[in-house]
Ligand binder design. Structure first.
Ligand code: BG6
Length: 490
């Protein structure tokens, strides 16, 4: 049974923004509906727009309109929300905000606990954090914590600056850096599959595993985010964070305990063991793509360069495939391939662990090939686990055929909590296991920066894949040169 979160005032900067409306309010609602939140909570919505409380609460109710059939009073939920118009550049506004939080704390008896959630443009993260400290908002009676959304910097240098800025106001154990992939049920399941089963851990190394493949493909293009995305690209948007986080969860050593420090320490060790690329190696390990026009679900779609906010000769990648080598005793020689892109054939995130071939095939004389064993962890949309084995063909002969054993989360008939729901709950509970440590941020930027630098200086031959496909041919070649191929995703 999950306990109630502690009492707290949640202050959301960027309260009228897309993230707040699409993710944070519905997640808070689901926690409330599922009796996971303490009754003693209030949310202060902070943003520039001059809204009244009533306007704000109407927005909240709109954001949870999908839950109309629940036997929950939406007005009672919305009554926990209060609006505070705010200009982040004026110090006097921080004192007003402090007083407002104190009043709400009295009203809701929130024990003086404060969660500051930065859900707005990243250039404000550092200055707001500094002002919260200098204006005394962190000198509260209870705990105070800071939640930071990505992008966490644009490269190693800017990430360091941001770490230093917020580090002056909040200590590392008060900072919760969100990577929403860490809140996904099946990403959290990696740890359980590995460390709660006797049958995988002995095989989880370079003696038995041939390669690991992580694919996160999206059908959507950049939609309305062209301006942000054209400065970012898939490498910064997906690989530096989500993909590298999955790699570290798959590759880490068993932690001594399930304590946030222990788990994050093991993940950091993986990032430290990554083979650092030199500029001359980049194109042998990583390939990039950019989508052209094409067809999705029978409809013609535009190219990336035709999207709003994107330069007509943009050199930004919307697809990346790459190979990480982890140079430690467990993983030496095992490639971890990742692939992610927009406007691909399917929306799916999957991990495939490919085991090594058997030393001999006893069934060769009967004309049977033996497929390698695969363990597939399906992160989304179809959550589950599949094991690919070989078994007897139903026949008079003793011949072999590939079979698949499935665990489908959907068969359990229980609703999976949303990633943000899990992460907000963890943060209120003070559990930082599924949040990103500053060392993880720094190490992953260091790795990725070498690739960005080479790609920025070399003009790519874009566009190089059609919308609605699996990406450019270079991604296939990347594995073929090692004697492997991408397994088809579900
Ligand atoms: C975000 C990226 O972090 O993750 C987006 O900025 C991407 O570009 C999204 O679409 C993918 O998340 P999910 O949960 O839909 O796989």
């Amino acid at each position: 049974m999950t306990r109630h979160t502690p009492r707290a005032i949640i202050v959301i900067f960027g309260a009228t923004g897309d993230l707040a409306n699409r993710k944070l309010y519905p997640s808070l609602y689901r926690l409330y509906r599922n009796h996971k939140l303490s009754d003693h909570f209030a949310v202060v919505g902070v943003a520039r727009r001059p809204l009244t409380n009533e306007d704000f609460r109407n927005n909240i109710k709109k954001s949870i309109a999908d839950f109309q059939d629940d036997p929950i009073d939406h007005d009672a939920f919305a009554a926990h929300f209060h609006y505070n118009p705010f200009d982040a550049q004026h110090l006097s506004e921080y004192q007003k905000l402090d007083n407002f939080i104190n009043q709400l704390d009295d009203k809701h008896q929130a024990d003086g606990n404060r969660l500051f959630y930065m859900a707005m443009a990243p250039n404000f993260f550092g200055p707001i954090a500094a002002n919260l400290k200098s204006q005394g908002l962190t000198d509260n009676r209870g705990w105070s914590r800071l939640v930071i959304e990505k992008p966490f910097g644009h490269n190693y240098e800017t990430a360091q600056q941001l770490n230093e800025q917020i580090g002056q106001a909040f200590s590392e154990d008060q900072i919760y850096r969100i990577d929403h992939y860490l809140g996904k049920q099946m990403v959290q399941n990696i740890e359980i599959v590995r460390f709660a089963n006797a049958m995988f851990e002995p095989l989880w190394n370079n003696q038995y595993i041939a390669n690991v493949q992580i694919t996160s493909s999206e059908v959507l293009g950049v939609e309305e985010r062209g301006r942000y995305y054209d400065e970012s690209g898939a490498l910064r948007d997906m690989v530096q964070n989500h993909m590298l986080q999955i790699v570290s969860l798959l590759a880490m050593e068993p932690p001594a305990k399930l304590h946030p420090d222990e788990v994050r320490y093991e993940k950091i060790k993986v990032l430290r063991s990554l083979r650092q690329l030199e500029e001359k190696d980049v194109n042998a390990y990583f390939v990039r793509g950019q989508y052209d026009q094409g067809e999705i679900a029978g409809k013609a779609v535009d190219s990336y360069r035709d999207s709003n906010g994107v330069a007509s000769d943009s050199n930004t990648e919307t697809f990346v495939a790459g190979k990480f080598m982890i140079d430690n005793f467990r993983w030496a020689g095992v490639p971890f391939y990742v692939r992610t892109g927009k406007r691909m054939a399917k929306k799916a995130t999957e991990i495939v662990i490919q085991f090594k071939d058997l030393p001999i095939n006893l069934y060769k004389d009967k004309g049977d090939t033996i497929d390698p064993n695969l363990l597939v962890i399906r992160i989304q949309p179809d959550e589950g686990i599949t094991m690919h084995l070989n078994a007897k063909k139903t026949d008079y002969e003793t011949t072999s055929t590939p079979i698949a054993m499935h665990y489908n989360k959907a068969d359990q008939n229980t609703e999976s909590p949303e990633a943000y729901e899990v992460l907000i709950k963890d943060c209120l509970n003070g559990d930082s296991t599924s949040f990103v440590h500053s060392d993880e941020v720094s190490l992953s930027w260091k790795f990725v920066d070498v690739i960005s630098k080479v790609w920025m200086n070399e003009k790519a031959d874009f566009p190089n894949y059609q919308s609605g496909t699996n990406g450019p041919t270079q991604a296939t070649e990347l594995l073929a040169q090692d004697g492997f191929h991408w397994w088809e995703i579900n």
